[in-house]
Each structure stands twice: as C-alpha cells, then as structure tokens.
Design a protein around this ligand. Structure first.
Ligand code: DQA
Length: 138
C-alpha cells in the first residue's frame, strides 16, 4: 500500500473560517475524510503545523519511507530556504499545492523557494489540488 502524507503549513488549520472567499468554506478535516474515501487503497496521512521547524521535522521523519509528500507550506513557501533544504535532503518526492492562484495575488506570493525541489506544482484549483497531487503519485 502506498504511503502518502499531506502537510499543511501555517494558518491552514483555519481553513473553513479563514478568508472563505479565497480558501473556501470547508474545513480540511472534512475534506481529508472525503480524500480517504476517494483513495481507500492508499495509506493517507495528514499533518498540519504553524511552526517551520515542525514541518521540517515531519519531512525528515517520512522522507525516507513514504512514497509521496503533498505539501502546502502556506506563507513559508515564499520565505523558507530551510524547508527547501529539507526537501532536497530526503528521498521522498514532493508535490507543491496551493489552494489559491498565488500568481493572481500579491507579488510576494509569486516566488516559491520550494517549487524547484518539487516534482510538480498545482495552484489555484482549490482543495481539488490535493486530490490531483495524490493522483499524480499513483
Ligand atoms: C497558500 C498561498 C500562500 O501564499 C498563503 O500564504 C497561504 C495559503 C494557498 O494554499 O493558496 O497560507 O499556500
């Protein structure tokens, strides 16, 4: 059975409540349950943290045994050389996901430190992006 981990970074614990006009009104916990129903043959895990180091620790923890990481690092996408280095340091491939179309938003969201370390990038397709990233790993 393939093992895939979804990692959500800072403020994504507020999905459903946070700027619903941008991020939608569904909580990630609800959406995660629907993902588990879509992919019954995958061992799907979910981790969220608002702390950069905790995200790095998690990448290290799964990065030599899991088949894929679906990573929405939130605002750390645009700032974190350390998360980029963590992705380079492990074997498990990652796909970067953003719920909103970061390229249609403020200029500071246009650059990602992580994209060059990822197998692919999915932006602007809402929560559906996580499902598409998982499909890409299969
Ligand atoms: C985000 C986009 C980021 O710019 C922002 O800081 C987030 C969410 C997205 O999923 O659209 O927290 O990663």
């Amino acid at each position: 059975m393939k093992k895939i981990l979804i990692i959500n970074g800072p403020n994504l614990n507020l999905l459903g409540k946070r700027e619903p006009e941008i991020y939608g009104s569904q909580t990630f916990e609800e959406y995660f349950q629907s993902l588990q129903a879509i992919f019954p043959d995958i061992e799907l895990h979910y981790f969220q943290s608002n702390h950069e180091g905790a995200l790095i620790d998690k990448i290290h923890e799964v990065g030599f045994s899991f088949d894929g990481i679906v990573l929405n690092a939130g605002a750390y996408t645009h700032t974190s050389v350390a998360i980029a280095d963590a992705l380079s340091g492990v074997k498990t491939p990652a796909i970067e996901v953003h719920i909103s179309n970061v390229h249609a938003r403020e200029a500071f969201r246009h650059h990602s430190y992580l994209s060059s370390r990822c197998k692919g990038v999915i932006v602007g397709l809402g929560l559906k992006g996580y499902e598409l990233a998982i499909k890409a790993f299969l």
